[in-house]
Design a protein around this ligand. Structure first.
Ligand SMILES: C[S@@+](CC[C@H](N)C(=O)[O-])C[C@H]1O[C@@H](n2cnc3c(N)ncnc32)[C@H](O)[C@@H]1O
Length: 401
């Protein structure tokens, strides 16, 4: 538990500001120049605040579902779900996440010798007001508000979901929630825009000078495409695009995404939009083999049912020398004075669906040959090896093994 939380955390004041300044200073020294403005002290502080906000919502959910009582005695996730009368089938995965998150903050004991997965409350759980964090966020960086609205709306329905009274799809994806997602998947949302911006920088760097066709997968409501087109427009490169194939699986998203792109770029004749399911062969869906200069995917490849299959389809689609640019959330805990990064990008890619376990903390773009290389290579400190900062982005060798 941080000193801030131990003290009750009701008055936020400048909490997290110093750490944010230190972390931003660290990043300033290791990030490529173009990425630095994205991960400034304001962004890092907002990240801190959002984690606080979600933590406080979690505490609310725990109180409302009677989990605090269920945690008095040690038990596994299943035991605790049973005691709190939660619906076993749907509750176990989120409950496990909740318990691990409370344990990571020092609020639960994970009894020694038992390994992970058994928990007991160390004492009464703190009562912390999420509203105080929301207010501080509004004061310091209001562009993150859409993420707050989404989280607090979902948290309101969480107790009913954990009890099995409402389906997860109804909590997240009912028609009345569409507005929340429109506001969330937007470049006006400070939390979400960063992935789009990192992806756009990478795609601009890797789009061959001769341009060619860009195929975007899982384009959703169009925020990733807008960020990329804006970037290329600023660089005077829009004319290099022979075709921008905006694709998406959900027809309603596709329509909205296409509309957003056509409204912003009415004269972009290279733009086309079509449904595409990344879990099915691309050629069957109108994307010819070897036809694409750059495949672009922001926050979407993690949904691939079989990542190996989808990557195979992508590589068949690429023209010789073509590139895949992916911008995804990966777990990372960069802090001043400490560093961490995924040990092996390739391993992550080889395990289908493994990204589902990743938490959205820091976004990074990567390009890949057969297996992934992470880009930018110097984004996070790697055992003091700074020379890789100038490493040339990898080229995709179509069909290479
Ligand atoms: C987190 S959203 C990202 C949207 C968009 N890239 C952006 O950043 O604004 C993930 C997207 O993947 C799409 N998706 C889900 N399953 C898919 C599939 N099988 N094939 C293609 N896209 C899929 C979803 O409909 C959704 O629009």
């Amino acid at each position: 538990m941080s000193g801030f939380e131990a003290a009750g955390g009701s008055v936020l004041g400048a909490a997290g500001e110093e750490e944010a300044r230190d972390t931003a200073a660290l990043l300033e020294g290791v990030l490529p120049r173009e990425l630095r403005p994205l991960f400034d002290a304001s962004f890092v502080r907002s990240h801190f605040l959002y984690e606080q906000f979600v933590h406080r919502l979690v505490l609310q959910v725990v109180r409302e579902t009677g989990l605090e009582d269920a945690l008095r005695d040690e038990g596994s996730t299943e035991d605790i779900a049973l005691r709190a009368k939660l619906a076993a089938a749907s509750a176990l995965v989120p409950l496990d996440w909740i318990l691990r998150s409370l344990a990571a903050r020092g609020l639960l004991a994970e009894p020694a010798g038992q390994g992970r997965g058994r928990y007991r409350a160390l004492g009464p759980l703190p009562v912390l007001d999420p509203g105080a964090v929301r207010e501080e966020q509004l004061r310091s960086a209001p562009t993150w508000l859409a993420s707050y609205v989404l989280a607090e709306t979902v948290a309101r329905d969480y107790p009913a979901f954990l009890r099995g009274e409402v389906a997860g799809e109804d909590v997240l994806f009912s028609a009345k929630r569409l507005r929340l997602w429109i506001d969330y998947f937007s470049n006006d949302n400070g939390l979400y825009a960063v992935n789009n911006r990192v992806g756009a920088i990478a795609a601009d760097a890797w789009l061959p000078p001769s341009g060619g066709i860009i195929l975007e997968l899982g384009g959703g409501l169009g925020s990733g495409a807008l960020a990329l087109l804006e970037r290329l427009e600023t660089a005077g490169r829009l004319g290099e695009i022979a075709g921008y194939r905006f694709t998406e699986f959900v027809p309603a998203f596709l329509r909205r995404g296409e509309q957003a792109l056509r409204t912003r770029y009415p004269a972009l004749s290279a733009l086309s939009a079509a449904t595409l399911d990344m879990n099915r062969p691309f050629a069957e869906q109108g994307v010819a083999r070897g036809s694409v200069a750059l495949v672009y995917a922001v926050n979407t490849l993690h949904v691939a049912r079989d990542l190996e299959f989808t990557l195979g389809e992508i590589f068949q689609t690429l023209a010789p020398g073509g590139r895949l640019v992916v911008s995804e959330c990966v777990p990372s805990t960069v802090r001043a004075g400490a560093s961490s990064r995924p040990r092996s990008g390739g391993e992550r890619w080889r395990r289908p669906g493994s990204w589902r376990r990743a938490s959205c903390r820091t976004s990074r773009a990567c390009a890949t040959r057969r297996h992934a290389s992470l880009w930018p290579p110097s984004a996070l400190p790697v055992q003091g090896d700074r020379s890789r900062a100038t490493e040339t982005p990898p080229r995709v060798r179509r069909g290479a093994r």
